[in-house]
Design a protein around this ligand. Structure first.
Ligand code: NAD
Length: 428
């Protein structure tokens, strides 16, 4: 099914777990509140461009593998497209489409001059060597070369990609363009056009969300328990930041399992263990449980920061938290939303909560273009201000429209993108 087929279908009966359908379901609600006409809805629902590539790569043992890859540009109404690249054995075009659209709304909510895009390569990065990942990355970059660039589409890290991968993308692009084009990606290492604070930015933005949500719900963070799913860039950082300010993190997970300690985990020790062993197995400071069990632990705040479709109609009613701060993209299915509403769970949605990454990516892009680099303190202060303002604007919207935070965030983002789309007009 093409994206436009999906966009014009009147009734959606797709499985709960299709992220693009989940995005469209939320879009419809917000678009109706905004009173958008059918033409505008169609434009905003349909990705502008989808590139599918096949990547032949020589493995270390001499065999040849061919990986599928995608780059989807959902909207460039607000500026060059922007969005991460993920390496995952499960990624497919609907996932990339959803992630691209979420980037569009996210950039609009925090008001950075970018549109939305996302990329993915279907491979298991955990089983590839560093040299193999480099070959996948360079081949993928050359395959999408024609549609990326500092003024067109600027990738960034996402699941199983990191600063090193971004450096290879920048280098490959630069080799082809015969220059050094640092502005083609963000999330690069510092010194290679990277920004101070970019690596921690998504987690730092989440910390602002945790504080704002606690303020609204009159929750004393000093007495709160927080559970974090995922211990990568996003999960590891938010857990560490909370630990640093004295908030108790009682459980954390990786893809295989979780550890729990009701007295509070020693997060730096957990992260050190993960750094050394690449698994939570053998960590002595807590009891091992499953990812599923982690989600239903009693806590004040749950931070899903791993992957999509973790909170579904099957487990939403079993959650025992007051607040969910979505670090991951799409961790909650559309069907789970209403269950969480019924149970009065205050959900800070992904497109607002995890926008800190793209905010500092924007700072990085600006710094690259100016050739002047900021101190970390400046980056963090500006990030905090933008995230706090975005939270409060969305919160005001929810009160005015009498909707939950997710719908409020969609309304905020879609309103802005539809305004720019209307102002730019149709080129025909
Ligand atoms: P990462 O690869 O650094 O870490 C992912 C973590 O999730 C790891 O701990 C991994 O073991 C765990 N995980 C992966 N699949 C899982 C599964 N099916 N069940 C349970 N755990 C699983 O990735 P990241 O950059 O931390 O991204 C995590 C989430 O945050 C993703 O949804 C991503 O799109 C989103 N996000 C990332 C950024 C960023 O700046 N990196 C920004 C915004 C949103």
């Amino acid at each position: 099914m093409s994206a436009s087929d999906t966009a014009v279908r009147p009734v959606r009966e797709a499985p709960e777990h299709n992220p693009f359908e989940a995005m469209l379901a939320r879009f419809d609600v917000a678009a109706d509140v905004l009173g958008l006409d059918d033409g505008m809805k169609k434009i905003l629902q349909t990705p502008e461009r989808e590139l599918k590539v096949a990547l032949p790569v020589r493995l270390d043992d001499g065999r040849l593998a061919v990986y599928d890859g995608w780059r989807v540009q959902h909207s460039s109404a607000m500026g060059p497209c922007k969005g991460g690249i993920r390496y995952s054995p499960y990624v497919d075009v609907d996932e990339v489409r959803a992630l691209a659209a979420w980037m569009t709304w996210k950039c609009a909510i925090v008001n950075v001059p970018f549109g939305g895009a996302k990329g993915g390569v279907r491979c298991n990065a955990r089983e590839l060597s560093t040299a193999e990942i480099e070959r996948v990355t360079r081949r993928y970059t050359s395959a999408i070369m024609d549609i990326i660039g500092p003024d067109r589409d600027v990738p960034a890290p996402d699941m199983y990609t990191n600063e090193q991968v971004m450096a290879w993308i920048m280098d490959t692009y630069s080799m082809h363009r015969r220059g050094t084009h640092t502005g083609v990606v963000t999330g690069k290492p510092w010194g290679l056009g990277g920004s101070m604070g970019r690596k921690e930015a998504t987690g730092r933005g989440l910390l602002t969300m945790v504080r704002e949500a606690a303020r609204v719900k009159k929750l004393d963070l000093a007495k709160a328990n927080v559970v974090v799913q995922g211990s990568g860039n996003v999960g590891g950082t938010i857990a560490n930041l909370l630990h640093e300010i004295g908030v108790r993190v009682t459980a954390i997970s990786d893809i295989d399992s979780a550890v729990v300690n009701e007295k509070g985990l020693d997060i730096p020790a957990v992260l050190e263990h993960l750094e050394q062993h690449r698994t939570l197995e053998g960590f002595a400071g807590g009891t091992r449980i499953s990812n599923e069990e982690l989600l239903t632990l009693p806590c004040e705040i749950l931070v899903p920061a791993a992957s999509e479709n973790q909170i579904t109609s099957a487990n939403a009613a079993k959650l025992k938290c007051q607040i969910i701060v979505e670090g991951a993209n799409g961790p909650t299915t559309a069907s789970a939303d209403s269950i969480l509403d019924e149970n009065d769970v205050f959900v800070i949605p992904d497109i607002l909560a995890n926008a800190g990454g793209v905010v500092v990516s924007y700072f990085e892009w600006v710094q690259d273009r100016m050739g002047i680099f900021w101190e970390e303190r400046d980056v963090n202060t500006r990030l905090h201000k933008i995230m706090q303002k975005a939270f409060r604007q969305v919160h005001r919207r929810t009160k005015k429209a009498k909707v939950n935070m997710r719908t409020g965030a969609y309304i905020e983002g879609i309103d802005r993108v539809s305004y720019f789309t209307r102002m730019r007009g149709l080129y025909a």
